[in-house]
Design a protein around this ligand. Structure first.
Ligand code: FES
Length: 115
């Protein structure tokens, strides 16, 4: 069991579908895509722009720097080298969002928003 940190609520993401937070000093970008909340490191692996200032398009996170398209689940960019770190997300029944930097906390249910 890792270290879970309460960082936001689903309500915080309802309008813009994204939010910048910090977990233990690590900048994290939250994105709400297709019924799940994803957490990626907010600093782009390419040239360090903030992913949280980017957009979502067809389920991909688009970096505002040079428009690399990241898979929010894996952090893999389309047609580019490098991988954006992703983190475990837990969404409670009351909509509270918690993030863990511990890879052991990432499961297939990670980030699922309760119906
Ligand atoms: S800084 Fe993100 S694509 Fe270049």
């Amino acid at each position: 069991m890792g270290q879970w940190h309460d960082v936001a609520s689903v309500k915080d993401l309802s309008l813009r579908k994204k939010k910048a937070v910090e977990v233990d000093g690590t900048p994290v970008a939250l994105f709400w895509v297709g019924g799940k909340v994803y957490a990626l490191n907010d600093i782009c692996v390419h040239e360090e722009r903030r992913l949280s200032k980017g957009t979502l398009l067809f389920g991909k996170v688009i970096c505002p720097g040079h428009q690399w398209k990241f898979d929010p689940e894996t952090g893999e960019p389309d047609d580019q080298d490098g991988c954006q770190p992703t983190y475990a997300v837990r969404v409670s029944d009351d909509g509270a969002i918690a993030v863990s930097l511990d890879p052991a906390d990432k499961t297939e249910l990670s980030g699922l928003v309760p119906a």
